[in-house]
Design a protein around this ligand. Structure first.
Ligand code: NAP
Length: 286
């Protein structure tokens, strides 16, 4: 039941009707008996500035930000936190007495899910597949956890090289075309493989990044940040090889829980969030 005291939250994107965030956050807010409402707000790119001014004017407590606004919104905010600045994207805004603060909680979601699965990335040799938006948060998360090295495997090394150059001077980062035989060396040394490409995501279940599994140690830990399907072809291949696997559900719930805490000051019930996500996905997929 909403009242005159109910505080407003939401997600701004375009399109945004498919977003699972309203279901996930409203479930967690209800479970914590917090008087907030979370809605989906479609914002066309040319209306982003007005929409951000509207958040201030309407006194929204905060919002999530999704495609295509994650980078564009930064110029309209009053403060950008370090993770968001380094990643180059904001996924959470908090209204602090009229000042809009931008955060990126993807790094926290990615690392917390990994650690909860029992894998500590410090000192490990990493193979990162893909170099898009999500890869930036993953890369920064791994650097912050002090991994030993990162081999990036992609279809388009030129673009990935720009990303590697941005992060040079942190940990050794090398970029490979994943079809290149040189990439096999990274696979042989890897303690940890992470897919950040959309290959294998519902409904295109047949896709998978190019990995020659004979070079991968069965002791390696394999993480796919895709959360639908539960087990992508990539994770199935890893499991067949004997590797421990993890999907993106924990990262999605974890980034949401970190945003929830920024807005409400309280810890979210991650189990409730995951349950709402699963239910939302089942409904979306019929
Ligand atoms: P993005 O910015 O579009 O980046 C996609 C990356 O994958 C790029 O490096 C792209 O290469 C590569 N790629 C795309 N299609 C490919 C193909 N057919 N063959 C080879 N490489 C391909 O996307 P994103 O925002 O990073 O999202 C990537 C995935 O992560 C999505 O499945 C998304 O659902 C998932 N994700 C999950 C979470 C979570 O919380 N679990 C959070 C964020 C994202 P090019 O540069 O060559 O195009």
């Amino acid at each position: 039941m909403f009242t005159g005291k109910t505080q407003n939250l939401g997600v701004m994107g375009y399109p945004v009707a498919h977003s699972l965030s309203p279901a996930m956050h409203n479930a967690a807010l209800q479970a914590a008996a917090l008087d907030y409402a979370y809605i989906a707000m479609p914002v066309a790119p040319e209306q982003l500035k007005e929409a951000v001014m509207g958040l201030r004017g309407l006194g929204f407590r905060g919002v999530n930000v999704t495609i295509p606004h994650k980078t564009a919104i930064m110029e309209y905010l009053d403060f950008i936190d370090e993770d968001a600045r380094i990643i180059g994207a904001v996924n959470t805004v908090v209204n602090k007495a009229g000042q809009l603060h931008g955060y990126n909680t993807d790094r926290i979601g990615f690392i917390q899910a990994l650690q909860q699965a029992g894998f500590q990335p410090a000192g490990k040799q990493v193979v990162l597949l893909g170099a898009g938006g999500a890869a930036r948060a993953v890369l920064w998360g791994l650097i912050k956890e002090r991994v030993a090295s990162i081999h990036i495997g992609v279809r388009n090394p030129g673009k990935a090289q720009l990303l590697a150059t941005e992060f040079q001077g942190t940990v050794p980062i090398e970029v490979f075309d994943w079809q290149d035989p040189g990439f096999q060396q990274g696979l042989q040394q890897a303690d940890f493989l992470v897919n950040t490409t959309p290959l294998g995501m519902y409904p295109r279940l047949d896709g998978a990044p190019v990995v020659d599994w004979q070079y991968v140690s069965p002791q390696a830990f394999v993480y796919d940040i895709i959360y639908t399907p539960v087990k992508t072809k990539f994770l199935q291949q890893a499991e067949d090889r004997g590797c421990q696997i993890l999907n993106g559900e924990g990262m999605l719930a974890g980034q949401g829980a970190a945003a929830f805490q920024l807005w409400t000051g309280q810890k979210a019930d991650i189990a409730v969030m995951k349950q709402a996500l699963r239910q939302g996905l089942r409904q979306a997929q019929g």
